[in-house]
Design a binder for this molecule. Sequence first.
Ligand code: HEC
Length: 400
Amino acid sequence: MNTPIKRITLRLIPAVLLAAVLTHRSAEAAELRACIDQSNPAHAMDTSIAHAVAKQQGLTATIVPFDGSGDDDEGLALSTFPKLLASRCDLVMGFPLDAQSGVAPQGTRATTAYAHTGFVLVTPKHAATTLDQLPKGSEVAVTYMTTPNLYFSDHPRLTAQVFTSDAETLKAITHGDVAAAMLWMPYVAGHLDKTSGNKLQVSPLSEPHAQWNLVALYSDASQSTAQQFEQGITALRGNGHLQKLLMPYGELAGAAPMAQPHKVVLRRDTPAGHLIKVSGKAEKSVPVLFSPQQAATGKMAFRTNCAICHGPELEGRAGPPLKGPTFANPDANFHVGDIFKIVAENMPAPAPGTLPKDDYVNIMAYILQENGYPSGSKALSFDDAMNSKVPLIYHAEPSS
Ligand code: HEC
């Protein structure tokens, strides 16, 4: 006797739920949910921008805070961003993209830039505005694993003092312990107090990968919100409001602010300056791994993507040499597969893993050729390169 009533009640439940979901959905359409990294020195600026854009576009801004500092030296995993976009927000604000070569993390897209920022040179007033102007032998403070750290792997004129945090790097220059410091502009803007600020000058750094753009990340699902965001930014730029929001950071050479410096993933230790003789026996057994066409194509890809840091002749610059007995050192007990893994997963340093697979394979062929490996009729494949157990040893004379 109860049964019919029960059935009706049960059928009603899903209907009620559905109604709730639909109501919620339509409320969301007028919302801009912005994920903002609280560890980013420019998070207050991003919050103001999100509110201003939302207001301009008639949306309700919801700020979703997250901690982007990461749990260890490696910083935040790039996979965090698609996850945030899938579950918590329409946009992730304040993502820094290298102005020359930056790409959005996999599974996300980037809006056009709403600000420009980068690494700056901090020196005592009138001391220097570029690295070149610093006297030979000057000590320069940098933060470990930030881009400026790379400039010193083999600097002919300057010595790096490497600190583990931006706070310590800034302290070294405000205390006068070093001739200069290289820091992330938004950090400097937020932390240089008036007293020391008056004695110091801050100049944009004219070195590779010092200029960055700030963008918002979005996903396919939040494309229309991203479009509204871009329209809002354009409108705010047009009426001068955006410049004001960027202000605390924007005083520098038209530069404006943003997030966390990209971290560079540490690789293996190369025993520096350790030279090894290669025995004649090893030379005879050098296997053929790649075709001459691959090495030739790889040379061009190398020039485009790697030479800026590793030198056009692989001789090394900001990055280590990729040719010779220090690089391909038998004592290091490294294999072709190990080095290829570094290349394909961690390089080019500013945008790891972003090149087409063929480019990585061709570049590997070129590096091997330059280290004296012979070419032949067999082409190298991506999987073979990854799994290769062929020892990485420099063969002084090309053995082909
Ligand atoms: C912005 C500078 C930069 C660019 C561009 C760059 N690298 Fe690097 N690379 C580095 C630095 C710095 C290191 C050393 C990092 C470390 O060991 O912590 C490195 C390390 C390496 C290593 C490991 C060397 C060793 O002996 O352990 C290889 C191999 C390498 N890079 C290949 C490449 C290739 C191939 C490209 C182009 C696709 C490339 N790199 C682009 C900066 C760069």
